[in-house]
Ligand binder design. Structure first.
Ligand code: G3P
Length: 230
């Protein structure tokens, strides 16, 4: 399962892109509205940093407006994927944009029936909001699982799990067969953490320091600086 970062913050993308685990990014009007600066510059910078699909959302609710905004967003950078909220107008706009070679991420999809319509309209990504489903006391794993099953193993549209609120949402999305999960920076940082990993690193460091001559040996090796023969 590919990992995208779900944010409008260039600083957050810069920090986490350095881990080498990101394949893309998603933004939305709420996330971008929290940021200072020109939205176009922010989106272009995020595209460059993740060097992969970066979703930018239309705000019009009419097909013509969605298509016009979609074309404009797509012109910002080759990595831009146009994010379209699910609706009948959104389906119409998706069909038009995809017929022009513009990739669409259909967002605010909350059911298998909406996902089936989204896939038939030609969307590249079907975004289901796990956190928001859980917020209304509905089991997001059941909803995402039904979407994956309904679209089938030979699906062209990729199931993108969004609105992830905790690390286990990412595990659930992967286990259910989602192609992508878009994860807030805070949750990506939580995914790093395990007490045994920290304890293990401390133990290795203290055991190594108990043999200072080994430290000198390794420093000697480092200072030799010969290229690694592979
Ligand atoms: O990409 C969608 C995501 O940003 C929504 O997250 O936490 O507002 O449900 P949330």
């Amino acid at each position: 399962m590919k990992l995208f970062i779900d944010t409008g913050s260039v600083a957050e993308v810069e920090e986490i892109a350095a881990w080498g685990v990101l394949s893309g990014a998603t933004t939305n009007p709420t996330l971008l509205s929290k940021e200072e600066g020109d939205p176009g510059d922010i989106l272009r910078r995020i595209c460059e940093l993740v060097d992969g699909p970066t979703s930018a959302e239309v705000v019009s609710t009419e097909p013509e407006g969605m298509v016009a905004e979609g074309r404009a967003l797509a012109r910002l950078h080759p990595h831009v994927v146009v994010k379209v909220p699910f609706s009948a107008a959104g389906l119409t706009a998706t069909r038009e944009l995809t017929s022009e070679g513009i990739r669409v991420n259909m967002t605010l999809v909350f059911s298998a029936t909406q996902a089936l319509l989204t896939a038939e309209a030609g969307a590249t990504y079907v975004s289901c909001f796990m956190g928001r489903v859980d917020d209304i006391s509905v089991d997001s794993a059941a909803v995402v699982g039904e979407i994956v099953d309904a679209l089938g193993p030979d699906r062209e549209a990729q199931v993108l799990a969004a609105s992830l609120r905790n690390p286990m949402h990412a595990v659930t999305a992967a286990s259910l067969g989602c192609e992508v999960a878009t994860v807030p920076g805070k949750v990506l940082k939580q995914m790093l953490v395990h007490p045994l990993t920290e304890a293990g690193i401390e133990r290795f460091a203290s055991d190594w320091q108990s043999r200072p001559e080994f430290g000198e040996w390794l420093q000697g090796l480092v200072s030799q600086g010969e290229p690694v023969a592979r």
